[in-house]
Design a protein around this ligand. Structure first.
Ligand SMILES: [Zn+2]
Length: 323
């Protein structure tokens, strides 16, 4: 899922979350010749009830009014706005919901959503960390309420903790949130410690793997095997949503962990294998962070290639048979 209107969210000349990121991602997929094997579809406007299922009406109204009035910032100096920001954020939500719908209706096997703005830092009533609406959180609510699923798993491998996603679901046992990220003492947003495991009825539904600065592929493989795999012994997810952040890459200055391109391929392969086994491959991956323009093409290409290969398995047709 990609839409040129995502480029309209203008954060100014010095902001790391800028439109060139999506152009680099698209170029990587295009140059690898993958476009002809993909179903590329644009974003659509969402029904407001899905956004209201996660965010307060007061926040939605404040975002809309401040944006359309031309205010340059929402809530946090990180959250720059132009007059198109509100509508672009709506489209990102609508596009992700539409990708989930297409997977649920078996029109698609799985999907990657190349969206801006990202979503996992957005709180129910506050914009944070380049994020305005919780794209993945809203998609999870849509799956629970529209499709009556009872167990969703969100896997977040952005270098930063998805505070918004965790807070929205931490008391809800129907959504499991797993995140691997740099240790909160050294990194934005400061949440996501290992003792945060959910609250009330949701106790046990949150799992945080924390990584020290300087950690590399083996450390992150170990953490994932130690903390993510046991989730599948305890829960039976019916759908996997992935918060895909490429900012733990060694070349990315937004974190101090040193993850290689190969780790990212290993991670999405592992997730797809788990999806094949547990959710009949039902998975939607949504872009969060990732800021190195020279790395985004290869990272996005490898990511989408893994999704495509697994899509072949599900539909019992292979890329090689097409040739
Ligand atoms: Zn991040």
């Amino acid at each position: 899922m990609y839409d040129e209107r995502f480029l309209l969210h203008d954060t100014g000349p010095y902001h790391p979350e800028h439109p060139e990121r999506l152009k680099a991602i698209l170029k990587g997929i295009q140059d690898a010749g993958l476009l002809s094997d993909l179903t590329v579809f644009p974003a659509v406007s969402p029904e407001m009830k899905w956004i209201e299922a996660v965010h307060t009406k007061e926040y939605i109204q404040r975002f809309k009014e401040k944006c359309l009035a031309g205010e340059p910032i929402l809530d946090d100096p990180d959250n720059k706005m132009c007059k198109d920001t509100y509508n672009t954020a709506l489209l990102a939500v609508g596009g992700v919901i539409d990708a989930v719908r297409r997977v649920m209706e078996n029109e698609l096997d799985n999907a990657f959503c190349a969206v801006r703005p990202p979503g996992h830092h957005a709180e129910a009533d506050k914009a944070m960390g380049f994020c305005y609406f919780g794209n993945v959180a809203i998609a999870a609510k849509y799956l629970l309420q529209k499709w009556h699923l009872s167990q969703i798993l969100i896997i977040d491998f952005d270098a930063h903790h998805g505070n918004g996603t965790q807070h929205i679901f931490e008391s809800d046992p129907s959504v499991i949130y797993y995140s691997i990220h740099q240790h909160p003492s050294f990194a934005y947003p400061g949440t996501g410690r290992e003792f945060e495991v959910g609250t009330g009825k949701g106790t046990g539904s949150v799992k945080n793997s924390t990584s020290l600065p300087g950690n590399s592929d083996d450390d992150w493989k170990h953490l994932v095997e130690r903390d993510l795999l046991p989730i599948f012994d305890k829960f039976n997810p019916e759908f996997i949503l992935v918060s895909t952040g490429f900012d733990a890459h060694i070349d990315d200055q937004m974190s101090n962990v040193k993850i290689s391109t190969e780790w990212y391929t290993w991670m999405i392969k592992l997730i797809m294998e788990l999806a094949s086994k547990h959710t009949d491959g039902k998975l939607v991956s949504v872009l969060e962070g990732g800021y190195v323009l020279k790395r985004l093409p290869e990272l996005a290409k490898n990511h989408v290639e893994v999704l495509l290969n697994h899509s072949c398995h599900r539909r019992k047709k292979c890329l090689s048979q097409k040739q």
